[in-house]
Design a protein around this ligand. Structure first.
Ligand code: JB3
Length: 212
């Protein structure tokens, strides 16, 4: 049961997280974002920028959710929140399936209708997004993002901060390197090196981000 949380970020991902927190019976006290964010998000007020986090902690608000899609930024802000003494609870939407043998790190979010399978580990601050299926014996790395509708077969390993783009399919045993990017709708049948950008069916190296 989630207690009272502050959301870090105020964009589209924060909206999804707010509804997931509320669906679990939690309370969103407010959001901490950048100066250009001023309007409430789904009725949750903007409390200020990151500079207000120590004061929020001093008011015994002790749980934060990092609701930002950029993987490197989410990792950085998650570590900053932890250094200030915030706990990073999981957010698991009530319609998601979480295997009893699945293991979630701090600040992991599992969105609506997602599946985290048998004996799979998900490291701190990773996102298992809407209706993504991560099957048995997977290892999802620190602050990685498995985008909506992905299908990861058994024993897949995804490195830290990697992005597996929306609707991608990964065959059993595939290794995706740290900071790699897999473009939307890819079929991945070979390992992806660290920091590589690949896309297509079957996935091939891409030169430019706009091909993703
Ligand atoms: O694809 C899906 C289903 N969701 C995407 C998600 C995973 O990533 C979504 O479509 C977007 O592509 C993206 O969502 P996100 O991160 O909410 O994107 P955006 O709408 O650009 O919002 C970023 C938020 O982070 C904004 O509110 C920024 O003000 C905030 N932000 C940026 N830097 C920051 C900082 N907030 C804080 N507290 N501190 C920062 O340093």
């Amino acid at each position: 049961m989630l207690l009272r949380v502050v959301i870090i970020g105020a964009g589209g991902h924060a909206k999804v997280i707010i509804e997931a927190v509320r669906a679990q019976g939690g309370e969103v006290v407010g959001l901490v974002a950048q100066a250009n964010d001023s309007a409430p998000v789904l009725g949750a007020p903007i409390l200020g920028g990151d500079e207000v986090l120590p004061a929020l902690r001093a008011q015994s608000l002790d749980a934060a959710i990092i609701a930002i899609g950029n993987n490197a930024l989410r990792e950085r802000l998650g570590r900053k929140a932890q250094s200030l003494g915030f706990a990073l609870p999981h957010v698991v939407h009530p319609t998601a399936f979480l295997s009893p043998s699945a293991r979630l790190g701090a600040g992991v979010v599992v969105m609506a209708r997602a599946v985290v399978g048998t004996d799979t580990s998900v490291a701190d601050l990773a996102i298992i997004n809407t209706a993504a299926a991560v099957d048995h014996d997977n290892s999802i790395g620190l602050a990685a993002h498995i985008a909506p509708g992905c299908a990861l077969a058994g024993t897949v390993r995804v490195g830290a901060r990697a992005l597996v783009g929306v609707g991608s399919a990964l065959r059993p045993g595939i290794r995706v390197g740290a900071d790699a990017i897999i473009g939307a709708g890819s079929t991945v049948v070979a390992d992806v090196p660290d920091a590589a950008m690949v896309g297509g069916a079957p996935a091939r190296p891409l030169r430019r981000r706009d091909s993703l």
